[in-house]
Design a protein around this ligand. Sequence first.
Ligand code: ZN
Length: 289
Amino acid sequence: MALINPIKMLENAQKEGYAIASFNVYNLESIQGVVEAAWDERSPLIIQSTPGSLKHAGIPYFVACVRAASELYDIPVCLHLDHCESYDTILKCIRAGYTSVMIDSSKLPYKENVDMVKKVVDITSRVEVAVEGELGKIGGTEDDVTVDEREAALTVPEEAKAFVEATGLDTLAIAIGTAHGLYKGEPKLDFERLSAIRSIVDIPLVLHGGSGVSDDAIREAIKRGISKVNIATELKIPMATAIQETFASNPKENDPRKYMGNAKEAIKKAARKKIRLCGSSGRAWEGIR
Ligand SMILES: [Zn+2]
């Protein structure tokens, strides 16, 4: 079916106590890998791309490929723009067919962050597109956006409540101790903070920097109210490893269908694991149809 916005799927996840994995994709094979995984699990699916990936492949390719994927399988699929700081890029993506966008103005002072999110909500509320905002700073590097881990500020519950009320946004990314990319040590999530935010904020909450966090910690975060878990690095690694292994066993391999085919299978396997961890298997149309 056509791409849908993720509000109903995330609201159902929030109500029923599971989460939806949101996978960063880069090319045809990564899109095929995550959609085949979601289909095998009969799970709703969010596919996302960062502005850096848009530069690499172009908005029309992403929209056409993800749209084709959603029409091939009877599961709900959403196309989300991840970590976008540019209002113009958001407009371009909405016009092209994205059904959800993240305006990341979390680096700005609170008041300016509110104003920027409001500006985006003003557009999206007229066109059935969902908006994710971020409050607090998630450490690490996502494309070319870097936040010093020591300076990363965690989300303050009361501020989150005020932010949601002031902006009218649909989902909120919160900082509770996760970081983008790979961790140097075991990340410590602030579960008490998450519970405190969940108790006073009523929209779906998003966990960024989920790669490298233990399965137990992800389960606990979902139990305490996370409804969307972003996954990027933990798909990149199996993808790269599959390609490296293909060339290690056959350095003369030159058929992209072989090495990219292996990459796709590796992504699919990793994505299925994450979908099961999030608890969304078998829930494709729950709360939607
Ligand atoms: Zn992120």
